[in-house]
Design a protein around this ligand. Structure first.
Ligand code: PGA
Length: 248
């Protein structure tokens, strides 16, 4: 039985004090939570303070990105050991905004995944097709390439979480239908089974892209959808807790 995850990706929003206030509201709203995991990914500047705020709660801390070296002359980058030091358990890797605006390649994503695992961080690996790719009918081949390349050289996937985020659904209000999402989740699951055998049954595959408390119910009812990676709706406690409350 896979434990669901609802993860909030705060992106480039919230000062330290705003982040801490949001973290406290989520902490309070999730007391007693047992059957799933709630994760928040504040901006780097707020990681430590949010980590302190959620101590002793059911909420876990994630970073939105990392570099794949331990230390050195890499101005502007943040290393995985700095993230564990700040209290992170998870790290989002290969988000489509990083791929699009910061030229992150499948190879970069793979280096980051390997390094995160070696440092004891659990990667939330994002994959997903663009609008143009879906229209061309190449969704499966794009996702196939992204998953295989991201996981190249990874022998054990028990610490990996995959997030399927169709790029056309991110921040657009255009959520994938539950059938469209399940199609790709099922495809990813079969791909993981092909590579990793029965280990793949335990991997959580999250859906992301315009998730709200109103549409999550249908999505989470699907066999291979094990939770959500939430952007916009993770910034308001009522919206985010509304999603968590719909989990089984
Ligand atoms: P959204 O973002 O929920 O605002 O569409 C999701 C994401 O980018 O992870």
């Amino acid at each position: 039985m896979r434990k669901w995850i609802v993860a909030g990706n705060w992106k480039m929003h919230n000062t330290i004090s705003e982040s801490v206030a949001l973290a406290y509201a989520i902490k309070e709203g999730t007391t007693g939570l047992k059957n799933g995991e709630v994760v928040v990914a504040p901006p780097f500047t707020a990681l430590h303070s949010v980590g302190e705020a959620i101590k002793g709660s059911a909420v876990a801390l994630a970073a939105q990105n990392m570099y794949y070296e331990d230390k050195g002359a890499f101005t502007g980058e943040v290393s995985p050991s700095m993230l564990t030091d700040a209290g992170c358990k998870y790290v989002i890797i290969g988000h489509s905004e990083r791929r699009k605006y910061f030229n992150e390649s499948d190879e970069n994503v793979n280096l980051k995944v390997m390094k995160a695992l070696a440092t004891g961080l659990k990667p939330i690996v994002c994959v997903g097709e663009t609008d143009g790719e879906r229209n061309k009918g190449v969704t499966q081949s794009v996702v196939n390439r992204q998953v295989r390349k991201a996981l190249a050289g990874v022998n054990k996937i028990d610490h990996i979480v995959i997030a399927y985020e169709p790029v056309w659904a991110i921040g657009t209000g255009k959520v994938a239908t539950s059938a469209q999402a399940e199609d790709v989740h099922d495809f990813i699951r079969r791909l993981l089974v092909e590579i990793y055998g029965c280990m793949a049954d335990d991997v959580r595959i999250l859906y992301g892209g315009s998730v709200t408390k109103d549409n999550i119910g249908e999505l989470i009812a699907m066999e291979d959808i094990d939770g959500a990676l939430v952007g916009g709706a993770s910034l308001k406690p009522d919206d985010f807790l509304g999603i968590i409350n719909k989990m089984p």
